[in-house]
Design a protein around this ligand. Structure first.
Ligand code: ZN
Length: 105
């Protein structure tokens, strides 16, 4: 991938570290504690936390929180395993909370 041509992108609202490319945005229909959240095929410059098993509205998942690599702010989570077959498409995807990101052009 051409690293200079990746705009628009989303950056950490706190420190402007780029965390996801708009090209990898898959869905805006997710919900987090803070409100709306977006699902991306790929994220960058984030640190993945410890695996946790969570009961969410759509089923049980193994997830890991993701944090900004620069400022350490919690940005959302990634799906490691979906235990419901219908939710398998979420595996390996990243959820970023809208309240934590800024769109940059
Ligand atoms: Zn940050």
């Amino acid at each position: 991938m051409d690293e200079s041509g990746g705009r628009p992108l989303y950056s950490c609202r706190n420190c402007r570290n780029p965390v996801a490319l708009h090209a990898y945005l898959e869905s805006k229909k997710f919900k987090a504690k803070s409100g709306e959240a977006y699902m991306f095929r790929q994220a960058m410059n984030v640190v993945v936390g410890a695996k946790e098993v969570r009961q969410l509205m759509t089923g049980d998942y193994a997830i890991a929180k993701i944090f900004c690599r620069t400022c350490g702010d919690e940005m959302g989570w990634t799906y490691l395993t979906a235990f419901d077959a219908r939710q398998k498409y979420k595996e390996g995807k990243y959820i970023l909370e809208k309240a934590k990101i800024l769109k940059e052009y």
